[in-house]
Design a binder for this molecule. Structure first.
Ligand code: PLP
Length: 428
C-alpha cells in the first residue's frame, strides 16, 4: 500500500501508541475523584495540557479537550454566538467559502436559528483578502464572530490570519470610538474593553506543520485535532483565550472547568500530547522532507503527464515554496492538489485504489459525494476542473519511489482513458 492521504488522517506515531497503550493499562482512573489512581489520571491530564499549550504559546488553562476538530469548530462557533450575552442572541458571523464542513454546516445551522452569515470569496489560489473582510465588517456592525481557517485541507492554502485579525481589532477600535467608549479621560485604564468580535481559526490542518503562536496571531479561539499529527482519533482541543465569554456545547459534569462535560479520555490525551511534542520537535525536519517530495511530485507531474503525454494539468492553490525558510508561508508542505480537466476523479481514484494507492478527491469528507468540491468551485468556478481533481497529501514516511509508482499508475490510467474514453472504470 502507498499511503498519500495524510490530510485525511495519519499513521500513529510510535511514541503516541506506546504512551497511550501504557496509559490504558495503568492510568485507568477517572480524573475526578480524590483517591490516588484518579489523582494520577488528573496529574497526567494536566501535564498533557501544559505540553499542548506550549505548542501554541498558550497557558495550560486555555486548553479545553474535545473529541476532535469537528467538535472544536462546532463549539467555537455556537459557543461564541450563544454565549448568553444579550448582544449575542442575534448577530452576524463572517466566514469564508472554503472552510471545512465542520464550520460551514455549523454556520448553516446557526443561520437556521436566526443568525446571519457572510461567506467571503477567495481568489484563484484560495486566499481570502483583507479588503473583503474589511468591507463585510463595515456592512455588518452587528458582527460577533469571524472564523477563517489557518490552512485549507483541500488545496493547502495558508490564509493570512494574522492580517485578518488585525483588521478585526481595528474595526473593534472604530466601533468603540463611535460608541464613545474610552472617550472619557482615564476610562480606558479602568477596565480592559471586552472583545466585541471574536476571531476563531480552524487550525486542524496547520497544527504540527506551521509554527503557531496564539499571542502573535491574536486569535480568541483555535481548534486542533490529534489524528492529523499522528495522534489518536477522537481527541482534540479548543484553545479559548483567557477571559473569552463562550457558551458550552456539551452539558453535564464539571470537567474541563465546567465548560465541556464528560469523563476525560486520559489515554487519548496522553497519546495526543506525545504526538504533539514529537511533531513540534521534528517539524522542521519533517517539513523539509515533505516539501522536497511535494516539489518532486509537482515537477514530475508536469514532465510525465503534461509534457510527455500531452494531458492538460492544472495545479491548484499557490505554488509550493522553493526554499526551506519559506516553508508554509503560502502553502502547506506536502499538499499536492491537481486537476485533469475532462477526466473523472472517481475513475482515477478507483484505478489508484486498485494499485494500492490511497489518495482522495477533494477532501476525505467529500469523497464519495457527487457534489463538486466547494473549495475548488470557490477558487475557480470551473466544474470540469473540480470534477477531475485529485488530492495527494504526503507524510514524512513517503518516498520518491512511491511517488514514481503513483505517477506511473496515473499516466497509464489516463493514457488508457484517452485511447478509449467510453470505457468504464471497472473495465480499465
Ligand atoms: N477542519 C479541517 C480543516 C479538517 O481538515 C478536518 C478534518 O479533515 C476537520 C476540521 C475535522 O476534524 P476531525 O476529523 O478531528 O473531526
Amino acid at each position: 500500500m502507498i499511503y498519500l492521504d495524510h490530510a485525511a488522517t495519519c499513521p500513529m506515531r510510535e511514541c503516541s501508541l506506546e504512551q497511550m497503550t501504557e496509559a490504558m493499562q495503568k492510568v485507568y482512573g477517572n480524573a475526578s475523584p480524590s483517591y490516588p489512581i484518579a489523582q494520577e489520571a488528573k496529574a497526567k491530564l494536566d501535564q498533557a495540557r501544559s505540553v499542548l499549550a506550549d505548542t501554541i504559546g498558550a497557558d495550560w488553562k486555555e486548553i479545553f479537550f474535545t473529541s476532535g476538530g469537528t467538535e472544536g469548530d462546532n463549539w467555537a462557533l455556537t459557543g461564541a454566538v450563544e454565549a448568553g450575552l444579550p448582544e449575542r442572541r442575534t448577530g452576524h458571523i463572517i466566514t469564508t467559502q472554503v472552510e471545512h464542513h465542520a464550520v460551514l454546516h455549523t454556520c448553516a445551522y446557526l443561520e437556521s436559528r436566526g443568525y446571519t452569515v457572510s461567506y467571503l470569496p477567495v481568489d484563484e489560489e484560495g486566499f481570502v483578502s483583507g479588503e473583503s473582510l474589511r468591507k463585510e465588517l463595515e456592512r455588518h456592525p452587528d458582527t460577533v464572530l469571524v472564523s477563517v481557517m489557518l490552512a485549507n485541507n483541500e488545496v493547502g492554502t495558508v490564509e493570512p490570519v494574522q492580517e485578518l485579525v488585525r483588521i478585526v481589532r481595528n474595526r473593534e477600535e472604530e466601533l468603540r470610538n463611535a460608541d464613545g467608549e474610552g472617550a472619557e479621560p482615564g476610562r480606558e485604564f479602568r477596565r480592559k474593553p471586552a472583545r466585541r468580535i471574536l476571531f476563531h481559526t480552524d487550525a486542524v490542518q496547520a497544527y504540527g506543520k506551521l509554527s503557531i503562536d496564539v499571542k502573535e496571531l491574536d486569535v480568541d479561539l483555535l481548534s486542533v485535532s490529534a489524528h492529523k499529527i499522528g495522534g489518536p482519533k477522537g481527541i482534540g482541543f479548543l484553545y479559548i483565550r483567557k477571559g473569552t465569554r463562550i457558551g458550552s456545547l456539551i452539558h453535564g459534569g464539571a470537567q474541563e472547568s465546567g465548560r465541556r462535560a464528560g469523563t476525560e479520555n486520559v489515554p487519548a490525551v496522553i497519546g495526543f500530547a506525545a504526538a504533539a511534542k514529537e511533531a513540534a520537535a521534528d517539524r522542521e525536519k519533517e517539513n523539509a522532507t515533505v516539501r522536497r517530495l511535494q516539489l518532486f511530485f509537482r515537477d514530475r507531474l508536469r514532465k510525465d503527464v503534461e509534457e510527455a503525454c500531452g494531458i492538460r494539468m492544472l495545479w491548484n492553490g499557490p505554488e509550493p515554496e522553493e526554499t526551506e525558510e519559506q516553508t508554509g508561508t503560502r502553502r502547506l508542505p506536502g499538499n499536492v492538489s491537481v486537476s485533469f480537466p475532462g477526466f473523472d476523479q472517481r475513475t482515477l481514484l478507483i484505478n489508484l485504489d486498485l494499485a494500492g494507492i490511497c489518495a482522495s478527491g477533494g477532501s476525505a469528507c467529500t469523497t464519495g459525494a457527487l457534489d463538486p468540491s466547494h473549495v475548488l468551485m470557490a477558487m475557480t468556478k470551473d466544474l470540469q476542473r473540480s470534477a477531475g481533481t485529485l488530492r495527494f497529501s504526503l507524510g514524512p514516511e513517503n518516498t520518491r519511489e512511491e511517488i514514481e509508482t503513483t505517477l506511473h499508475v496515473l499516466t497509464e490510467t489516463m493514457k488508457r482513458i484517452q485511447l478509449c474514453p467510453r470505457t468504464s472504470s471497472e473495465e480499465l
